[in-house]
Design a protein around this ligand. Structure first.
Ligand code: CP
Ligand code: NVA
Length: 308
């Protein structure tokens, strides 16, 4: 049994195997109806709890569909409807859920909820996003890059805007998959030293560049995310927008990257804020493949967790 808590906590060979497995599973389903079951049914007879303490479209639907394609069943739970949201401890919740379900995916605020859940659960726990990281997203992103452009190792990824949870998992992935990352954003929103330090210690070149135009030179991949994350105070919205406006990904910025550079965004996007529609719907963008690959990547993650 394996937990999938973060990219830096997972063996690089296992991460690579999951990406490759996801690609094979995607190929095997080409042209089939979304709800049709996979030929093998590795999750037959298994129940997966999907717990959400924050909103979700992609994570919720892709996990649910992925489990069903593999022959398992899901239970989608909202944190506020559970006793967890009314004072029951995480440890007790984890022990109880482990008696009913075979795997737990949780999207939460504080990272300690995730780690405590994993500590006390007897079944695998998957990180479906916390305030600090979003590893399932970046597994799909690596898969998407490689599907379009081949190995990501040695490539230059440019993260624009807020050094947030998704950026943190990109830094973990830089270290584990061997690519370089340039962060361009205001100093107040730099990614934490811990994330930058991990990638550097693994041998990746991590650059902090305040000038967005300079940052994207020679970029193979440009990435944007929302300027205000679910865990950010809404009162900070205007201040963040003012700070982040120079980092909008628009056609002029993309023109500074390599001609065949890709554009990614984990979505949901705020069109004309962090990215223009011209870029989202333009030739560099692979955002719909990226969203689809959540499904395939997470199926590989779940199989790795359960060893099936
Ligand atoms: N990218 C992502 O995790 O989207 P949701 O918030 O819709 O799950
Ligand atoms: N950084 C965003 C990602 C959403 C998928 C957030 O945490 O709200």
């Amino acid at each position: 049994m394996n937990h999938f808590l973060d990219i830096h906590k997972t063996d690089p060979a296992d991460l690579r195997a999951m990406i490759d497995h996801a690609g094979r599973m995607k190929q095997a389903r080409l042209g089939r109806p979304k709800a049709s079951p996979d030929d093998d049914q590795p999750l037959a007879g298994r129940m997966v709890a999907l717990i959400f303490e924050k909103p979700s479209t992609r994570t919720r639907v892709s996990f649910d569909v992925g489990v069903r394609q593999m022959g398992g069943e899901t239970m989608v739970l909202s944190g506020s409807d559970m006793q967890l949201g009314h004072g029951e401890t995480i440890a007790d919740t984890a022990r109880v859920l482990s008696r009913y379900v075979d795997m737990i995916m949780i999207r939460t605020f504080d990272e300690t909820v995730l780690t405590e859940m994993a500590e006390y659960a007897d079944v695998p726990v998957i990180n479906g996003l916390t305030d600090r990281t979003h590893p399932c997203q970046i597994m799909a992103d690596v898969m998407t890059y490689e599907e379009h452009r081949g190995p990501i190792a040695g490539r230059k990824v440019v993260w624009t805007g807020d050094g947030n949870n998704v950026c943190a998992s990109f830094l973990h992935a830089a270290g584990q998959f061997g690519f370089d990352l340039t962060f361009t954003g205001p100093a107040q929103l730099d990614p934490e030293d811990e994330f930058v330090g991990f990638a550097r210690q693994q041998g990746s070149t991590i650059v902090i560049e305040r000038d967005a135009q300079r940052a994207v030179q020679e970029a193979d991949l440009v990435v944007a995310d929302t300027w205000v994350s679910m865990h950010d105070a809404q009162s900070a919205r205007e201040r963040r927008h003012n700070m982040l406006r120079p980092y909008q990904v628009n056609a002029a910025l993309m023109a500074q990257a390599k001609p065949d550079a890709l554009f990614m965004h984990c979505l949901p996007a705020h069109r004309e804020e962090e990215v223009t529609s011209e870029v989202m719907d333009g030739p560099h963008s692979v955002i719909w493949d990226e969203a689809e690959n959540r499904l395939h990547a997470q199926k590989a993650i779940m199989r790795w967790c359960l060893g099936v």
